[in-house]
Design a protein around this ligand. Structure first.
Ligand SMILES: [Fe+2]
Ligand SMILES: [Fe+2]
Length: 333
């Protein structure tokens, strides 16, 4: 889920993309121009590698931290059916993290290094997961809106120029589609229930709407890395265009559900053929990105604890692998 297109300033991205006279650069440019895939063994500019590594690892971190807000509700799901669905979804997110760490490793960084960056607070993950899940309706709204925004963001990444990332995204997008639909269906059921349930859904939509719009990243005018990412075929559609697509697709769904979004400026613009929407509070977004959201500390502490608690599993898996290898070597001798 959730690359978020966080175009934080990165000095390496200022390296020249084109104009290097050597043959390897020329071949890379040709592949990009022809819309062919770049594979791990191919030569690539250092800035391309760094941009991808930052984006894919940030994406992987978001998947595994994203297990927490909904994971909190597994033990409190209102029925066995909802519990089974939620367990499957949260497990999917863990799987997405694993595909993405594997894709990032092909760029030459170890998983330990990436996790160390996450645990020390150096690496970012999507700020959307720093908001709390206060009621059961939040779980449905996360599926409908957060996974919905993630799909909008990630469908174009299936055509990313870097092969391992593009291929991982194809499977991930299929699973995100299930996540989005289960969220919508859960909310639809709640909206057919009591007035208290309908109020709970509306309250959750009110709290999540603006942070979800911010998931698409800063406005295009403030996205310093976008031009290179577009040139390299890592990014295909701008933050503002994706955000508009999301609003246009989601408002008709809100009408079916019978909820409103907390935006007095939201209005269909006949001339543009799109919905107009109000101003996003970017100060709040940056405060959360920079560690001051409602749950930043809690999320990171839970992640570090889970990693430490899992040490014995990693040790056991390694010991087993060594034993198997030693046996195979002995048999081959
Ligand atoms: Fe995911
Ligand atoms: Fe998801």
């Amino acid at each position: 889920m959730y690359t978020q297109a966080m175009d934080l300033p990165d000095p390496s991205a200022k390296l020249h993309v084109v104009g290097q006279p050597d043959a390897a650069q020329a071949e890379f440019d040709l592949k990009i121009d022809a819309d062919r895939k770049i594979e791990p063994q191919d030569w690539m500019p250092e800035a391309y590698r760094k941009t991808l590594l930052r984006q894919i690892s940030q994406h992987a971190h978001s998947e595994i931290v994203g297990m927490q807000p909904e994971g909190n509700w597994i033990s409190r799901a209102p029925s066995l059916k909802r519990k089974a669905i939620l367990l499957a979804k949260v497990q999917d997110e863990g799987g997405h993290g694993l595909y993405l760490y594997s894709a990032a490793e092909t760029l030459g960084q170890s998983r330990d290094t990436m996790l160390e960056a996450l645990h020390s607070g150096k690496a970012k993950y999507s700020s959307i997961f720093n908001y709390p899940t206060l009621t059961w309706a939040d779980v449905g709204v996360i599926g409908w809106l957060v996974d919905g925004a993630a799909i909008m963001n990630q469908i174009p990444i299936c055509r990313c120029s870097y092969g391992p990332y593009a291929r991982a995204m194809i499977r991930i997008c299929k699973e995100e589609s299930f996540h989005q639909r289960q969220g919508f269906e859960s909310l639809l059921t709640q909206m057919k229930g009591t007035q208290a349930q309908r109020d709970m859904v509306q309250d959750a939509v009110n709290r999540w709407w603006w942070p979800v719009l911010a998931m698409f990243g800063p406005p295009d005018a403030d996205s310093p890395n976008s031009a290179n990412s577009m040139r390299w075929g890592i990014k295909r559609i701008s933050n503002d265009d994706l955000r508009q697509k999301f609003v246009d697709a989601t408002i008709p769904q809100a009408k079916i559900l019978g909820v409103t979004v907390p935006d007095p400026d939201l209005e269909w613009n006949e001339q543009r053929g799109h919905y107009d929407y109000g101003a996003i509070d970017w100060d709040d977004f940056w405060a959360v990105v920079n560690g001051n959201g409602p749950c930043n500390k809690e999320r990171l502490a839970t992640r570090v604890k889970a990693h430490e608690d899992g040490q014995w599993v990693r040790d056991a898996a390694l010991a087993h692998a060594r034993k198997v290898m030693a046996r195979e070597l002995k048999e081959a001798a």
